[in-house]
Design a protein around this ligand. Structure first.
Ligand code: AMP
Length: 401
């Protein structure tokens, strides 16, 4: 079985090709700058000999051209991993917003396409681009079953007290204004890995998962199901992020409009692109901010204190919701790579049974890395996320069910 996973963005397509029951990664790549100057495909082949990288520069005016180039690379003599595009059995598409329609992975039909399009106002930067990838893949990989895996699906198990905002009912009932949550595929993937490490079925574990990447969110997982998460109606609230503010008092927006005469567009930019670590420390990359803090930059220290304070605050909140917690999981770029952020995020949580081992915390996670002290009641795990593998596995399971 060959499963191609596609993450189609507005000007890029990321892809990975998995082969066989063991989900062996055989090719991966990125079509970038679609519709722009300097468009190209960065293609990587994986085999026993290691990695081989190929760069193809070409005008790529649209997604159709981009994905056709990928199909050509996958079948090109000398590079071929398949003989013909028809050998792709299934394409698993990452779709950001599934609204209340999709709590599970689905085979894509006209109804699903209609729903993804209808949900575009809820994710205007993502759903139209995801849909474009689906429409193009249907034309190129004509023998493949097309499957949609939604970022929001895992959080559809939130109870109403967690997903409703205290706003007039009409806004939920007629306009769908509620918490949806995001990064669901990642939270689910690391939850399954954590359950396996704990040697328990997923349905028997309580977890707090922290996906700390450029975008960041946490989830409270009770008996394997998401019961609360820090992102909301959009991916803006919750934790402090690279350039996003996370939680703020919504009345700040009125103040900015009325007193600073900012337009809605400018406020949108401010909260999504100019805030977070960038707004406080002048840099959105945690590596750089840590480096600057070590050289005595007070703003960098403040930014990191704010960043980790908020993680601790949500750990406490989620402990209160969950009662017993089996494990706290760190994942994504920051969570997997920054011992400093992990240590600061656990500081002072000893009374809650969360005790980090400083030496273990310095190691690099290849697989599941336990970093808690022996006497810690809650396991603390670093787990590299793999959203594409999760999409491939869900695609496979829908095909074989
Ligand atoms: P992601 O969105 O999961 O790809 O994460 C990207 C972010 O991970 C970058 O913006 C960095 O802030 C962060 N990151 C990557 N490597 C490190 C590292 N060694 N230490 C701290 N942060 C890192």
């Amino acid at each position: 079985m060959n499963i191609l996973v596609i993450n189609s963005g507005s000007s890029s397509i990321k892809y990975k090709l998995f082969e066989g029951d063991a989900f062996q990664l055989v090719a991966a790549g990125l079509v970038e700058r679609i519709g722009l100057e300097g468009s190209r495909v960065l293609h990587t082949l994986f085999d026993e000999g290691g990695k081989r990288q190929i760069v193809r520069t070409a005008p790529i005016p649209d997604h159709q051209t981009g994905l056709s180039l990928v199909a050509a690379l996958l079948t090109e003599p000398g590079l071929a991993v398949i003989d013909h595009p028809d050998e792709i059995d299934a394409v698993g598409h990452r779709v950001v917003h599934g609204g209340e329609y999709f709590s599970e992975t689905v085979v894509i039909d006209e109804e699903v396409i209609r729903a993804i399009r209808e949900l575009s106002p809820y994710a205007p930067l993502h759903n139209p681009a995801n849909l474009e990838g689906i429409l193009v893949a249907r034309q190129i990989f004509t023998s493949a079953v097309q499957v949609a895996v939604f970022d929001t699906a895992f959080h559809q198990t939130l109870p109403p007290q967690a997903y409703r905002y205290a706003l007039p009912n009409d806004l939920y009932v007629n306009h769908g204004i509620r918490v949806y949550g995001f990064h669901g595929t990642s939270h689910l993937y690391v939850s399954k890995q954590a359950a396996a490490w704990l040697q328990k079925p997923l349905s028997e574990v309580n977890l707090i998962t922290a996906h700390l990447g450029n975008g960041a969110s946490m989830a409270a997982i009770k008996q394997g199901r998401s019961v609360d998460t820090t992102m909301g109606f959009t991916p803006l609230p919750g934790l402090m992020m690279g350039t996003r503010s996370g939680d703020i008092d919504p009345a700040i927006i009125f103040f900015l409009a009325r007193n600073l005469h900012m337009s809605l567009e400018a406020i949108d930019q401010l909260l999504n692109k100019q805030s977070g670590l960038l707004g406080i420390a002048g840099n959105s990359d945690v590596r750089d901010v840590i480096h600057n803090m070590k050289t005595g930059d007070a703003q960098a220290r403040l930014a990191l204190d704010m960043y980790t304070y908020r993680i601790r605050k949500y750990i406490g909140a989620y402990m209160a919701i969950l009662g017993d917690v089996d494990a706290l999981v760190f994942t994504a770029g920051v969570g997997e790579n920054s011992p400093y952020i992990r240590a600061q995020s656990c500081t002072g949580l000893e009374p809650l049974g969360i005790i980090l081992d400083e030496t273990k915390n310095q190691a690099r996670a290849q697989d599941v890395l336990p970093i808690h002290a022996d006497k810690s009641k809650v396991s603390i795990l670093v787990i590299p996320t793999n959203e594409e593998l999760e999409i491939a596995q869900q695609t496979m399971s829908i095909l074989t069910s």
